[in-house]
Design a protein around this ligand. Structure first.
Ligand code: ADP
Ligand code: MG
Length: 461
């Protein structure tokens, strides 16, 4: 694979790892960089010795499974290597800043900003305004984010961006952070995922037994800043104390005239764990929704990826991908990456024919829902759909469930995470069910027949 395909291949694996591994492993996964993939051996490097050891010790088998599943190579292996130079992207960015800023204290502040975002494992250098494709579905959110980045705390405060998963909320939010770091380096920017904020709060209050002095250390960390970016607020837990503390953080920053930006997958009033007090605070600024991009924007998004990476492609191929991945930009990018990787592996040009072969999107497929698949599968086995989505463990029900999961993945191309939500199961359970059927489908007659008949009933052949 060429470098750029390697990178994409790795990004896809990394994303799946982040969806699969528990949150506390994420800080070790984020800094991993791909070094090579040769004869089924994937080599990744990290600048964190401890990260390497933890991943090797605790997560090796699941990482291998993810690799095998994405590469399609059952014998693929992963090797994690410690490398001091692995933080090279951060270094490059730091150098750019160094050149730009002469004032010493400003430089320190800017570097601190940068490393703050990086060390929280949260800075993604791709998530800048210049890499964000603007279309009808996101133009208001984009302009508002840009206005906030240019003039923090003067216009829209708080700025509340909401919309389904994979539509660019984190990207836009981090773009604000990047912009401010580079153009207004004396401002202190902090990006935090809601879960990290809550965990940080809980572990601090546990450690300190609510000792005032130590808690004020925690509070300083979140209030001694100019711009706070809080991602995925829907994950706020209903624990009263952390909620009260979030309100404290919010009021403290707001009253000092600091900028607050929040994202969520829904509007504040639909977050059941949110207190009324916080809800009304979040609603008092500007609330904007990101909706799925139209076909032109989807096409532009993958075209930009291809152009940025100097790839040769047939426009029809990109159009085919854009047509078939409708509701989630992350999945759209994943599909594109997959086609690129195959083009590279098989040394073929990126054509419509190849895209069709790899993605196998039937022209009618984008309409089919998980629910339809589960229903048809349930009726094929003459069981209730609630059993398929439930926890019953009978052999017949389990088998039907596994098949439905397999078909959901094959037919809709949706992520395991989305499928796991529909089936109310853990992401790993879904992955294993999928793999099991995939492995057995060609040798087990019962499976082959069931798949054929269910597909026929769904009119997806
Ligand atoms: P969310 O936070 O809403 O779940 P992300 O911000 O993580 O979504 O976006 C998912 C992926 O899609 C990211 O790789 C992001 O760069 C990309 N993306 C989303 N919207 C756009 C866009 N308008 N232009 C370019 N890339 C986008
Ligand atoms: Mg996000």
């Amino acid at each position: 694979m060429e470098n750029i395909e390697l990178k994409r291949f790795w990004e896809q694996i990394k994303e799946e790892l982040l969806a699969t591994l528990p949150e506390n492993a994420h800080p070790w996964v984020y800094p991993l960089e791909i070094s090579g993939y040769d004869k089924g051996v994937l080599t990744v490097v990290t600048g964190q010795m401890m990260g390497r050891d933890i991943l090797r010790k605790n997560y090796y088998s699941i990482m291998t499974e993810v690799l095998q599943q994405i590469s399609g190579d059952k014998n693929a292996r992963i090797v994690i290597i410690y490398d001091e130079n692995a933080a090279k992207t951060l270094k490059k960015e730091s150098e750019k800043l160094n050149k730009k800023i002469n004032d010493r204290s400003l430089k320190e502040q800017a570097l601190e900003n940068l490393s703050n975002m990086q060390s929280a494992a949260n800075l993604n250098l791709k998530y800048k305004f210049e890499n964000f494709v603007v279309g009808d579905s996101n133009k208001f959110a984009y302009s508002a984010a840009m206005a906030v980045a240019k003039n923090p705390a003067t216009k829209y405060n708080p700025l509340f961006i909401y919309g389904n998963s994979g539509l660019g909320k984190t990207h836009l939010m981090q773009a604000i952070g990047h912009y401010i770091i580079f153009n207004n380096p004396k401002l202190k920017v902090k990006y935090t995922k809601t879960e990290d904020y809550v965990n940080d709060y809980i572990s601090n209050s546990r450690k300190t037994n609510n000792n005032i002095e130590n808690m004020s250390k925690f509070n300083r960390k979140y209030t001694n800043i100019d711009v706070i970016l809080i991602d995925d607020i829907q994950f706020i837990e209903s624990k009263i104390k952390s909620m009260e503390n979030l309100q404290y953080t919010f009021d403290n920053l707001y009253n000092k005239g600091k900028q607050i930006v929040i994202t969520s997958d829904r509007v504040p009033k639909d977050i059941p764990t949110l207190t009324a007090a916080l809800c009304s605070r979040f609603e008092m600024g500007l609330m904007l929704e990101l909706t799925p991009p139209d076909i032109e924007t989807r096409f532009e998004i993958i075209k930009k990826l291809a152009d940025n990476n100097d790839l040769k492609y047939d426009e029809e191929a990109l159009m085919y991908i854009a047509k078939n991945f409708v509701n989630n930009v992350r999945e759209l990018e994943g599909a594109f990456t997959k086609v690129c990787a195959y083009a590279e592996i098989t040394e073929q040009p990126l054509t419509l024919k190849l895209a069709k072969e790899v993605l196998k999107c039937d022209d009618n497929n984008d309409e089919i829902t998980f629910d339809q698949i589960a229903r048809v599968t349930a009726s094929y086995f003459d069981i209730d759909i609630d059993d398929i989505r439930g926890t019953a463990r009978g052999q017949k029900v389990s088998f039907a469930r596994h098949l439905a999961i397999y078909l959901c993945r094959e037919i809709t191309n949706q992520s395991f995470v989305n499928i796991s939500k529909y089936f109310n199961k853990k992401h790993t359970t879904i992955m294993f069910a999928y793999e099991k059927i995939k492995k057995e489908k060609d040798t087990n007659k019962e499976i082959t027949n069931a798949i054929r008949e269910i597909r026929q009933a769904l009119k997806v052949l």
